[in-house]
Every structure is written in C-alpha cells, then in structure tokens.
Design a protein around this ligand. Structure first.
Ligand SMILES: Nc1ncnc2c1ncn2[C@@H]1O[C@H](COP(=O)(O)OP(=O)(O)OP(=O)(O)O)[C@@H](O)[C@H]1O
Ligand SMILES: [Mg+2]
Length: 333
C-alpha cells in the first residue's frame, strides 16, 4: 500500500497565558491509501489536536506546531493558508463530530456542497448540481432533491452527518479525517454511518484517520490502531495486534473497560482510575501513565520511555508492560 501521509515528530502546543504546553508530543505516524488508521484514547489525550494540526486549523497566535506532516512531497506545516485551502476538501476531507457547528445554518445544503465544487473543480453549474444530487444519493439520503433545498436545522442528526460525509467526499479526497463522526448519534444510526464511511472509503481507496474513543468501532473498522495517551503514541499496531496482544498498560486498561458482548450485562465494568492530566499539569518525565498504575513499581518504567517494536509493525512505549499481565490491570491492591 502506498504511503500517503507521513507525520514525523509532530508537536502541537497551545498558549496558556505566557507559556506553551504540548497537547501533541513527538507523534510519528504514517497513513497508507486504502487503510483505516484509528486514533484512540480518553478525552483530553490530544486526538482532535492531532487532526486539526494535520488540517492546519490552528490560530498561529495561540498555537505552535513543529515537526513534519508530509503530503504529496510537501510539509503541510510550511504551507500558506492559500496553499492549504487548495488541499483541504480537495485532497483531505474532514468529518467533524458536530455537523451543526460545521455546517452554515443560513445556507441550503445543496449550495454548501456546491461551493466546494466551485472552488475545487471546473464543473459547470448543471454538472455541479447533478454532482450534489449524486453525492446526497451516495450517502443514502432518501430524497436528495428535497434535501438540497433544505437548511441544516431541518434535518435529523443522522441526516446532517450524512451531509457532512457528502461534503467531505465531494472532491474525492485521498485522505479523510473523521473526528468522532458518530458520537452524537444513536447506536443504530451510528452503525449505518460507519458502514457508509467504510464502504465509500473502500470505493475511493482513500486513507482514513478515524478518531474515536469507542473501541467497538475500532475493532469493526480499523486496519491499524494508534493509542494516544497524554499527547503521545503509547501503542501502535494492526487492530489484530493491539486487540489480541495489547502491551501498554493504558491499552490494556482501555480494552478492559469495554462492555463484553457475551456478558450478561451484570458484570462490573472496569473503570481506569484517575484521569488524563491537563497539558498544564502533566509531568513530562518518565512514563506518563505511571501515576495511574500505582501498583507498578517505579523501576518498572523507563526514565525516557521510547517506542519499542515488540513484533513486526507493533510498537509500545516504555518497558513497564513487561512487569505485569493483562489480568493484573486494575488490581490496585
Ligand atoms: N485551544 C486550546 N487551548 C488550550 N488547551 C487546549 C486547546 N484545545 C485543546 N486543549 C487541551 O489539549 C489537550 C488535548 O485536547 P484534545 O481536544 O485534542 O483532546 P481529545 O483527545 O480530542 O479529547 P476528546 O475525546 O474530549 O475530544 C487537552 O488537555 C485540552 O484541554
Ligand atoms: Mg476531540
């Protein structure tokens, strides 16, 4: 598979008062065409910051990004706003969690989709209108002609999310970044939207970065998984490697906290103790997950934890995983 995006040593820091604090720390990841790479981690781990950095959606006065995001031979971090505008939507489409805040409430759906086509394609008016209907049909909207004439608030949440997908796909991008694309929807609609995304991704051979905290979704959709904790990748591998053979204590904790499909619903659900530290209060020395596994001795952790390859293509940060078993996760005695 062809490598279509190469993120190298990426750091993104936010300014808080007079200091900058990294929300994404030294992240290196590749994306291939025709693959779904999931980014998982609890709230506040830096998933959205990673996505918005790739899309160049940060205010330069409040944010600093260093490293490289190589797309088509160019480092996206070095491009001007104009150059980025040519790439966004056309080459890299993005689907956000909340379509209402990303769609223009005052403009009809058809017009909004058409705008991307005006900007990025040479299509004539009639061709654009036909393409809008084609896109709305493709994402399973029952009456596309009617939908094109409606305003966002007239649609249900599921339909709005389909519209967002239609917009993201309008120019057949090589890359789709989907940040919690279904979190706001109920479970049945979630499944439909994810199936749709997967089907369209396969048809277009696009590479997808799928951000979610739902590991069920990951198991279903992703080819590879990157687990993010406190801005760092702590584990990376194929879905099979990460689900069948999780290494990092954080990954193991995440996996233990999903409800079992074959359970009777009465078992106690495991919750990871503590929470993700804020970027301001984060101790950046040593293993960042150490405070949440207090039963693990200090010596178990590396002083400067780096990513180790434990099997081909499967990486884990720190050596603390060698010091306990999967069953021991959550055993805080
Ligand atoms: N504009 C900002 N200014 C300052 N800090 C920010 C800003 N945006 C995000 N952060 C901080 O950066 C860290 C990462 O936030 P981010 O939104 O990327 O997390 P996330 O993994 O997407 O979480 P969620 O699952 O809740 O969406 C958090 O500590 C957050 O408080
Ligand atoms: Mg987020």
């Amino acid at each position: 598979m062809k490598k279509i995006l190469e993120i190298k040593n990426l750091e993104t820091a936010f300014r808080i008062k007079d200091d900058y604090f990294n929300a994404v720390d030294n992240v290196s990841l590749d994306l291939h065409s025709n693959e779904v790479l999931a980014i998982v981690g609890e709230s506040g781990c830096g998933k959205s910051t990673l996505a918005t950095t790739v899309m160049g959606l940060h205010n330069e006065n409040l944010t600093k990004s260093t490293g490289e995001i190589i797309y088509d031979g160019k480092n996206l971090l070095e491009l001007s706003e104009d150059e980025l505008n040519k790439i966004r939507t056309k080459e890299i489409g993005m689907i956000f969690q909340d379509p209402l805040s990303s769609l223009n409430p005052l403009q009809k759906i058809g017009k909004q989709i058409e705008e991307a086509l005006v900007y990025h394609t040479e299509l004539k008016k009639e061709e654009r209108e036909a393409r809008v209907i084609e896109l709305l049909t493709q994402v399973g909207i029952p009456n596309p002609q009617r939908c094109a004439k409606q305003y966002p608030h007239e649609l249900s949440g599921g339909m709005r999310q389909r519209v967002m997908i239609a917009m993201a796909l309008s120019c057949k991008p090589n890359i789709i970044i989907a940040d919690e694309p279904t979190t706001a929807l109920d479970v049945t609609i979630q499944a439909q939207i994810l199936d749709l995304l997967k089907q369209l991704q396969e048809e277009m051979h696009a590479g997808v970065i799928l951000i979610t905290h739902d590991l069920g979704v990951v198991a279903e959709m992703a080819d590879r998984v990157a687990v993010l904790y406190a801005g760092e990748v702590v584990e990376l591998g194929t879905s099979e490697q990460v689900f069948q053979n999780p290494q990092h204590p954080y990954t193991r904790s995440l996996l233990r906290s999903i409800p079992q499909l074959d359970g009777d619903g009465n078992e106690d659900l495991y919750a990871i103790e503590g929470m993700v530290p804020s970027i301001k209060n984060l101790d950046r020395t040593g293993c960042r997950f150490a405070p949440r596994v207090p039963w693990l001795k200090e010596e178990a952790h590396e002083k400067n934890p780096s990513l180790h390859e434990v099997e081909a293509g499967h990486f884990v940060r720190c050596t603390c995983h060698k010091h306990f078993t999967f069953e021991e996760v959550g055993n805080n005695d």
